[in-house]
Ligand binder design. Structure first.
Ligand code: TYD
Length: 216
């Protein structure tokens, strides 16, 4: 049986990476082979593109170049890692996927929904996650988290608070447009509370897993 593809989306500092690790561990414990990956990146080639696109000043690439670099990385990721994993029955959790291109390049950078949809359709057809968890959080609080993590800021972390507010609205719009596969959670809650909500979302979507996943 084909595996399931789950993406985590949202702005910066919302705690996606930690929660992706926790969910992968819970699924593995339930006896499901799970592949944890991220975008941009996930394969050797896509990680090289990630370095290109995330480093440097915010005006290094135009929105359109950024979109094409993201999709170049994505196609490599889908062809070499995601689709083969799903085919052998593994589940894939990706920290970001195509909806990030829609939110960041399509909305926040102003390229427009139609252009991003057209690029997606041209290179990946209708390929999308089976389930997307949206980490919704007040951007002011989220940026404080990013600062206290003490990591180097990526080109996107360094954008203005207005940019991050636009992003939040963009993700809400994308969630409304794809309500069949979206589940929004309040990422401002505690780590354990967020984890519980994610496991709830998983058991809503996959009732067969109820009782096999811990943490509830
Ligand atoms: P990362 O450090 O992984 O950020 P986060 O922890 O917030 O996920 O950097 C990924 C950055 O790339 C993030 O700022 C969002 C951006 N991005 C896009 O602009 N478009 C895309 O299609 C993807 C996948 C990511």
């Amino acid at each position: 049986m084909r595996g399931q593809f789950i993406s985590f989306e949202g702005g910066e500092g919302a705690g996606k990476s930690t929660q992706a690790e926790r969910l992968a561990a819970s699924l593995e414990k339930a006896g499901i082979e799970t592949v944890l990956t991220r975008e941009p990146g996930g394969t050797f080639g896509a990680e090289a593109i990630r370095d290109l696109v995330l480093d440097g000043t915010s005006d290094r690439w135009s929105g359109l170049t950024e979109l094409l670099l993201m999709y170049a990385a994505r196609v490599d990721h889908v062809e070499k890692l995601i689709k083969p994993a799903l085919k052998r029955g593994a589940w894939v959790i990706s920290d970001r996927f195509a909806d990030s291109s829609m939110a960041y390049q399509g909305y926040a950078r102003g390229l427009g929904k139609a252009r991003v949809d057209a690029v997606h359709k041209a290179v990946l057809d209708d390929f999308q996650p089976d389930l997307t968890i949206l980490f919704d959080m007040d951007p002011v609080m989220a940026m404080k988290r990013v600062e206290t993590r003490g990591e180097d800021l990526s080109r996107f972390d360094a954008e203005s608070i207005e940019f991050h507010k636009e992003l939040r609205q963009a993700f809400k719009q994308i969630s409304d447009d794809n309500s069949d596969r979206y589940f929004m959670i309040d990422a401002g809650a505690s780590r354990d509370a967020v984890e519980t909500r994610i496991l709830y979302a998983i058991t809503q979507k996959y009732p067969d897993l109820a009782g096999r996943l811990g943490g509830q």
